[in-house]
Design a protein around this ligand. Sequence first.
Ligand code: CP
Ligand code: NVA
Length: 327
Amino acid sequence: MTISGLKGRSLLSLRELSGDEIRELLAKAADLKERTALGVNVPALAGKNIALIFLKPSTRTRVSFVVASTQSGAHPEIFNGDDIRFGVKESVRDIARVFGRVFDGIMFRGYEHATVAEFAQYAGVPVWNGLCDSYHPTQVLADLLTLRENFGDLEGLPLTYVGDGRNNMAVTLAIAAAKLGLDLRILAPKPLQPDPELIKELLAGRESERARVLVTESPEEALSGSACVYGDVWVSMGEEDQTQERIDLLRDLKVTSDLMALTGREDSIYLHCLPAFHLLDTETAIAHPDIREVDDEVFEGAQSRVFDQSENRMHTAKALMQLTIAG
Ligand code: CP
Ligand code: NVA
């Protein structure tokens, strides 16, 4: 499959890509992954410079984009919020124009989606949203690659997201469902369910008749026949003041072996964008023992593909940068 209308384009929410363009990116990522395994790097970005801007902390996104840049022949440079002081020392649009004159592509992790959108508008080079409060498209590309590796064709694939159904992951997965024809179920308590108007709007623009987004608080309804159970933290970055409230709303939806069994499928897998609370091994988990969204048994179990998924961040970042900068 070759489409390659991606040169010069940004990735802000996943809405801006067609289903075919997403499939092209996944095919490219799979090809680059195979080459990397053989020790072959494709220097498609030789001599290019990539900026990685983090207004929120990151591990996976940072390591993925750094290694993907380097293996593509480009130089990555990291900037933290304190370095730039967005909107304090200088306006977003002025900073965007400076970066756009100097860099060939820019990964931006921030808060409001409007900020990354404004940044992209003024930068004039490809900008990739490395997570904002509303969307996490570079993560979802890795999720889709992992699903493709396990199940092949994604059309009609039943997938259940469990947790805060309004957050950046749930919404971006719903966009992917509409584009690719996934059968997405969002399992969330009523106060954490996505805006029904948003789901209606996404499904109205669906690119496949098989696209479904079911929002429910019934584990049985959400999980029956599902090929994948997808988890995320209950408290997203920037929402730490809501920790106890979230634990109270979500404690019954912790992913356990019993919950996994509701899929009724032996081949179902567990995915999580990470970081995850599964053991009491972090300061936050020790302070809030009930914050664990998944049992260690599932996280470490035979159905878990979370570290394949994490590795796929790098391969998909590489495909994204190569196709949007070099074409
Ligand atoms: N999944 C993800 O985006 O991880 P980081 O926050 O560590 O980048
Ligand atoms: N919903 C999470 C995703 C982390 C990758 C957050 O925004 O913190």
